[in-house]
Design a protein around this ligand. Structure first.
Ligand SMILES: [Zn+2]
Length: 497
């Protein structure tokens, strides 16, 4: 078997990395199957299998022999790539061993109960139903934050760093504040209930064909990926040559399906662009959750909501959906309709202008919950108050408010900021790309998206986790990350001023 690394001590760790990688692959495949093809009666049996596999995964990731080898590794003569691999392997090992088996098991049970109670509570639109499970999860996450925190670090920052290494709440607040100041008045001025001008009847089977046509054209290869149906769209990587996406269709509009398909394709293209020969080491893995999201948002918002993209796609739509709004309106009008500020109370269906306020709200509240300055039983009122301040109206019930997202029930505190950070990264990258690929408009209107993919492969994908996420973006754009490029994009594309 050929080696990934030259250094003999690192080579000695390769069998362990391969075993971890193989198990991760098996778990990913079972997870994909669970969402796309599992027989309805097989849910409990599969959950039991997945729990055992998760236990094995933890055992392997915390293998004491590997831990000793990692600690003893002499890094003086390593190449910069190998040094980066060791840095990341050590960081992973430290995170995997930080909690201890007993605590990790307790947390696992609490979050699996949490998800069940959240599902039931949301169906009944009752925050009280979710409160006992949520209170337990928050208590455990506070402890997890303490256990993971390095010296001088807050527990919340330690949780943030599970998704974005090096990010701090102070740093993120600095990015969020100007965004909220600019966008909150815009969202508050929106008149509710203006209809969707692109509505119609779009048969599902044709939407699926259209989505497949688009994702292929964007560069998602049929031989290394596939498109299946699931209740919520997602992407998952089984291994180096197998990165899959899922979609769902709503008959009333194309964009629900198409926008999500393009988004997930951005994720899959990133995975397939990572160094394939190093896929089981950190060098072959995505830089961070936010960098991952920057790729999906770049495709969804900057490609999928652009006039040249619709100039290319419209003839196909005219064939598949003749007479429909998408077939008869100009590409400019379609983009204007897609770029409408709707001030929706639900995060996942929000437009680009409303979305950041959703993240700001969750970021503020989860920080206070983990710090203990907000009690779980005060959360619903705090949510409704702050939501009203930001949006200018109150959510009509808990399902439309504090119960809408699954994340906290899974214990995913610190995840929400990465969505917005990813969007900001995508705007930062785009501000550079549009100058370097000066023929992007004529390329895209001719259906040529290859230069874009090539650029992303060269500047982002090929590095894996070699650089810290923020450093990777900043060395690419040649300056510090700020919210300015993102705000400029919104002000221009949504005609905010
Ligand atoms: Zn995503």
């Amino acid at each position: 078997m050929s080696h990934m690394f030259v250094d003999p001590a690192l080579q000695a760790l390769e069998p362990w990395m391969r075993r971890v990688g193989a198990l991760n692959s098996a778990i990913a495949l079972q997870g994909w199957d669970q969402e796309t093809g599992l027989p309805t009666g097989a849910g409990d049996a599969r959950a039991a299998v997945m729990a055992e596999l998760a236990g094995l995964q933890h055992e392997l990731a915390t293998d004491p022999v590997a831990g000793e080898q990692l600690a003893a590794l002499d890094t003086t003569n390593l190449t910069p790539e190998e040094s980066a691999a060791v840095r990341e392997l050590r960081a992973d090992y430290q995170q995997a061993t930080a909690l201890g088996v007993a605590f990790a098991t307790k947390l696992g049970h609490a979050t699996s109960r949490g998800q069940q109670q959240w599902t039931a509570a949301r169906a009944e639109r009752s925050f009280e139903k979710f409160l006992p499970a949520l209170s337990e999860i928050i208590m455990l996450k506070q402890e997890e934050g303490l256990r993971r925190a390095k010296q001088g670090q807050t527990p919340y920052d330690a949780l943030l760093n599970l998704f974005e290494a090096g990010l701090t709440a102070t740093d993120f607040q600095g990015i969020v504040t100007p965004i909220v100041t600019e966008l909150s008045p815009v969202v508050q001025s929106v008149k509710q209930g203006s209809g969707n001008q692109l509505e119609g009847v779009y048969p599902s089977d044709r939407q699926k064909l259209l989505a497949e046509h688009v994702v292929r054209q964007l560069g998602y290869p049929a031989e290394y990926g596939r498109t299946d149906l699931s209740a919520h769209p997602f992407s998952t990587t089984i291994h180096a040559h197998d990165s899959r996406i899922t979609i769902r269709m709503a008959e009333g509009d194309i964009w629900n399906c198409l926008g999500a398909a393009i988004h997930e394709t951005g994720h899959a293209l990133y995975e397939l662009g990572l160094p394939q020969d190093k896929i089981i080491s950190p060098l072959g893995q995505a830089a961070s959750t936010a960098v991952h999201e920057s790729q999906s948002r770049l495709y969804e918002n900057l490609v999928g909501r652009s006039v040249p993209f619709w100039q290319w796609l419209q003839p196909e739509i005219q064939q598949q959906f003749p007479g429909s709004a998408y077939a008869t309106q100009t590409p400019e009008a379609i983009v204007r309709a897609l770029n409408t500020v709707t001030a929706d109370p639900i995060r996942v269906v929000s437009d680009e202008v409303t979305y950041p306020l959703h993240i700001a709200l969750r970021f503020e509240l989860e920080q206070q919950l983990i710090a203990g300055t907000l009690r779980p039983d005060q959360l619903r009122d705090a949510w409704n108050d702050r939501f009203t301040q930001l949006f200018g109206y109150a959510p009509k019930d808990d399902a439309e408010g504090v119960l809408q997202d699954i994340h906290w029930s899974m214990g995913a505190f610190g995840y929400f900021p990465t969505y917005l950070l990813g969007t900001i990264y995508s705007s930062e990258l785009w501000s550079v790309i549009q100058h370097q690929l000066s023929s992007w408009e004529s390329d895209w209107s001719a259906g040529n998206f290859e230069p874009l993919l090539k650029w992303l492969r060269e500047h982002i994908h090929q590095y894996g986790r070699q650089f810290a996420p923020r450093a990777l973006i900043e060395q690419t754009i040649g300056r510090k990350v700020s919210s300015q490029a993102f705000l400029d994009h919104l002000i221009h594309d949504y005609r905010l001023r």
